[in-house]
Ligand binder design. Structure first.
Ligand SMILES: NC(=O)C1=CN([C@@H]2O[C@H](COP(=O)(O)OP(=O)(O)OC[C@H]3O[C@@H](n4cnc5c(N)ncnc54)[C@H](OP(=O)(O)O)[C@@H]3O)[C@@H](O)[C@H]2O)C=CC1
Ligand SMILES: O=C(O)[C@@H]1CCC=N1
Length: 266
C-alpha cells in the first residue's frame, strides 16, 4: 500500500508511527509546509518527507488528510487536479462533513471520513469510519488499515461528532482518570513512578477483561466487591461524590461544544 499523510502534525505523525509500527505501507509520504522537524522520518527507508502535497498524492493510493479544519479546503483544491478515481481519500478532520468534501472534489471519488485517536501511534486506536456512496466500496480496505492500528467501527456519519467525543477526546478523559488514580496511589505510599505503573496496568487489565471475555462492567464489579469489603465502600463513596454522573455530564458537555462549532469556523 502506498500511503500519503497530508499534514504530519500531532495526529498525522501518530498515524505515521502506527503505520510504521504495523508495517502497514510499502511507501509513505509525510507532508507539511515546514518539514524540518519531521526530516528524521526519512531514516525509515520507505518514507519520503516533503512539502509538496501534489507529489505525495501522485505517488500514493491512500491519502490520509490530517490538517487543521481551516486548511483542508485549500489543500483539497490544490491537489484536486492530481486525483484519480483510484485514490482512496481518508479525512480525519473534525467537523468537516463528507458533503463538503464532495462539494470540493466531486462525488466520483472514494471518500472515507474517519475519527481515530492518538493511541493509533501504538496500534491501539479506536477508530470510527463512514463513507460516501462511492467510498462504500473501499470501506473494508479502510477498516483493514485502521484494524492494523487498533480497532475500527463503521458508523453513520450523523454519529461522527459523538464518536469524536467518546474516542478522540476520550483519550484525555481516560488519561485524567489514570492520573487521579495515580495521585491516590501516591497518597497511599507508592512513589510516583510505581503509582503510575499500578494505575495504567490496572486500567489496561480492566479494559482487556471486557474485550477478551465479552463481559459487562457490572458483572466484573460484582466479582471484586466483597460484601462489607473495601471495594464497595470505596466505589459507593465515589458514586456519592458523583463519579458516573460527572463523567456523563462531561461527555454531554463536550458533545454540546462540538455541536456548536460551525464548519465555517473549522
Ligand atoms: N482524532 C484525534 O485524536 C484528534 C483529531 N484531530 C483532528 O486532526 C486534525 C489535525 O489535528 P492536529 O494533528 O492536532 O493538528 P496539527 O496542527 O498538529 O497538525 C496539522 C499539520 O498540518 C500541517 N499543514 C498545514 N498546512 C499544510 C499544507 N498546506 N500542506 C501540508 N501540511 C500542512 C501543519 O504543519 P506546517 O504548519 O508545517 O505545514 C501541521 O503539522 C484536525 O483537523 C483535528 O480536528 C485533532 C486532535 C486529536
Ligand atoms: O478537542 C478537540 O476539539 C479535538 C477534537 C477531538 C480531539 N481534539
Amino acid at each position: 500500500m502506498k500511503i500519503a499523510i497530508i499534514g504530519a502534525g500531532n495526529l498525522g505523525l501518530a498515524i505515521a508511527k502506527g503505520i510504521l509500527h504495523s508495517n502497514g505501507a510499502t511507501t509513505m509520504y509525510l507532508t507539511k509546509r515546514n518539514t524540518t522537524d519531521i526530516q528524521e522520518y526519512e531514516k525509515y527507508g520507505n518514507v519520503t518527507v516533503t512539502s509538496d502535497n501534489q507529489k505525495a498524492v501522485k505517488n500514493s493510493d491512500i491519502l490520509i488528510f490530517a490538517v487543521q479544519p481551516g486548511h483542508l479546503e485549500k489543500i483539497l483544491e490544490d491537489v484536486k487536479g492530481s486525483l484519480t478515481e483510484n485514490h482512496v481519500i481518508i479525512s480525519t478532520i473534525t467537523g468537516f462533513n463528507i458533503a463538503k468534501i464532495e462539494g470540493i472534489l466531486g462525488a466520483e471519488h472514494h471518500i472515507i471520513r474517519s475519527m481515530p485517536n492518538t493511541a493509533i501511534s501504538v496500534g491501539k486506536s479506536m477508530t470510527c469510519i463512514c463513507a460516501n456512496e462511492k467510498g462504500k466500496k473501499k470501506i473494508d480496505l479502510a477498516k483493514a488499515i485502521f484494524d492494523r492500528m487498533g480497532h475500527s467501527m463503521e458508523i453513520p456519519e450523523e454519529q461522527m461528532q459523538a464518536a469524536t467525543v467518546i474516542c478522540a477526546s476520550g483519550i484525555a478523559f481516560w488519561m485524567r482518570l489514570i492520573r487521579a488514580t495515580t495521585q491516590g496511589a501516591i497518597q497511599l505510599g507508592f512513589d510516583a513512578k510505581e503509582a503510575q505503573e499500578l494505575a495504567m496496568h490496572t486500567c489496561s487489565g480492566a479494559a482487556s477483561l471486557l474485550i477478551e471475555s465479552n463481559s459487562h462492567p457490572e458483572a466484573e464489579i460484582d466479582k471484586v466487591t466483597t460484601p462489607k469489603g473495601c471495594t464497595i465502600e470505596g466505589l459507593n463513596e465515589m458514586e456519592h461524590q458523583g463519579l458516573s454522573s460527572s463523567l456523563i455530564r462531561g461527555i454531554v458537555t463536550s458533545f454540546e461544544k462540538i455541536s456548536q462549532i460551525k464548519t465555517k469556523q473549522l
